[in-house]
Design a binder for this molecule. Structure first.
Ligand SMILES: Cc1cc2nc3c(=O)[nH]c(=O)nc-3n(C[C@H](O)[C@H](O)[C@H](O)COP(=O)(O)O)c2cc1C
Length: 353
């Protein structure tokens, strides 16, 4: 089925501009989400094997997740589970809707099997995401956990970012299995400043305090909270981030987001501004995963993301100590049946730790 996608559907989709192709696909998946029999039939046909992993107090049917940014508005999280993803991260969502950066803002580089984007958190807002999830894939009845990735609004200065994160957290908490605190997208001015100790410490402290209050109110345990980091931080900065994460009882780190780096082997057109994802990112993200797992002696779970495109690149991240994986760009190049195919191809020694 992957071959049919690559030789037929991908050719058609790649004739359209990248964002139109993306929107069209999302609309179709979003419609399919509303039809329970479609979701069931896809699961039955694909028969993705179950290799359950328990982490953060959650049960993941397999180690491969959908990375944030593809399903920004939680339109098709149920369909994504049926396609074989063992967790789905939706968002990034901001407290209120925002349009994102001017178009064009998404670019394909098929020879490098990569993308450059400067979307800028275009999303329907935190309330809409919760409404959609509670209607079509409500918490408690899901095949795979759904994480909600939160961020600050475009016009919020870093000094006031905490308010945005608190507001988004409060709104999405009822439908989140876990929360990702995104401090690493390169397309929102000032966001990456939040990697700095003077911003990160108070941010995580305030969010964990809210998390505790909400859990007491709802008689539930606090939500697992992860932070998603940039691949462009140096090792000193990573050490500080790890220390602050541990001090604030963060449950895990998602490594990594897209990079602002450009690599020598790339064509001039790569100079398009924005975050680079896909195969060229694989090595840098791998090095960061290795660094975190070594520094923390595997005590802080890592979700490995960045350039996973085949069995070998997935195995490498698991070998480096990642507990779970995520991908985005490979789905654009390999199609919707790729997640199930990849899960089937992973060696069982990686699936039952
Ligand atoms: C078009 C696009 C939009 C993205 N939007 C987000 C986002 O809103 N939030 C986020 O945390 N990551 C976002 N990402 C980053 C991905 O989640 C992922 O970390 C990155 O693409 C590396 O993985 P990959 O090489 O498998 O694509 C986006 C990536 C792409 C390509």
């Amino acid at each position: 089925m992957n071959i049919i996608y690559q030789h037929f559907f991908r050719k058609l989709l790649f004739k359209l501009d990248p964002e139109t192709a993306h929107d069209l696909t999302c609309d179709m998946l979003g419609f399919a989400e509303t039809l329970p029999f479609v979701r069931k039939s896809i699961s039955k046909i694909l028969k993705t094997p179950k290799h359950e992993i328990s982490l953060f107090g959650l049960k993941f049917p397999n180690c491969l997740g959908l990375a944030a940014g593809l399903d920004k508005n939680a339109m098709f999280s149920g369909i994504s589970s049926s396609l074989g993803f063992g967790h789905i991260e939706v968002g990034t969502v901001t407290p209120d809707p925002q349009p994102g950066n001017p178009k064009p803002r998404l670019f394909r580089y098929p020879n490098q099997r990569s993308l450059v984007n400067r979307m800028g958190f275009n999303n329907f807002g935190s309330k809409a995401i919760v409404e959609r999830l509670s209607k079509y894939n409500p918490k408690g009845s899901r095949m795979s956990p759904v994480g909600i990735n939160i961020g600050k609004a475009k016009n919020t200065a870093p000094d006031f970012a905490i308010e945005d994160y608190l507001s988004a957290f409060k709104n999405v908490a009822p439908q989140a299995d876990y929360i990702t605190i995104n401090i690493s997208s390169p397309n929102t001015v000032g966001l990456r400043l939040l990697h700095r100790k003077d911003f990160l410490s108070p941010l995580l402290k305030s969010l964990q305090s809210l998390n505790k209050q909400l859990s007491i109110k709802s008689f539930q345990r606090p939500l697992p909270c992860l932070i998603k980091i940039s691949p462009d931080e140096d090792y000193n900065s990573l050490e500080t981030i790890i220390q602050i994460a541990l001090e604030n009882k963060i449950d895990g780190i998602i490594a990594t987001n897209t990079t602002l780096k450009r690599y020598p082997s790339e064509p001039k057109s790569f100079l398009e501004k924005g975050g680079l994802s896909g195969e060229p990112l694989a090595l840098d993200s791998l090095e960061i995963i290795k660094f975190i797992t070594k520094e923390t002696n595997n005590m802080l779970p890592v979700i490995g993301v960045g350039g996973i495109h085949n069995t070998e690149s997935a195995h490498k991240k698991l070998d480096a100590g990642a507990s779970l994986l995520q991908l985005y760009t490979a789905l654009i190049y390999n199609g919707p049946f790729f997640p199930s195919h990849l899960v089937k191809s992973l060696k069982t020694r990686y699936l039952w730790p």
